[in-house]
Design a protein around this ligand. Structure first.
Ligand code: ZN
Length: 75
């Protein structure tokens, strides 16, 4: 598991993504607190580091931080 909260992360613009992608990422979540998938997240923030790209937000159900790793597909 990569260290997602390292200091070298840079912020990316989540809202530069298409609406379809935004909706997918906001609905397809895993909450470590609720132990449930697809509860959804609010307040998304996107980050990038050498380990990859991920979105941090708050679980719609419990409000805890939830993280979605993004797998970017190379052409
Ligand atoms: Zn939750």
């Amino acid at each position: 598991m990569p260290d997602l909260l390292n200091d070298n992360a840079v912020t990316r613009d989540f809202f530069a993504r298409s609406i379809e992608e935004q909706n997918d990422f906001l609905s397809q979540t895993w909450c470590n607190h609720c132990m449930e998938v697809d509860l959804g997240m609010t307040n998304p923030k996107e980050f990038e580091s050498k380990d990859g790209v991920w979105i941090e937000g708050n679980c719609v159900k419990c409000g805890q931080v939830t993280i979605t790793e993004i797998v970017e597909e190379d052409e």
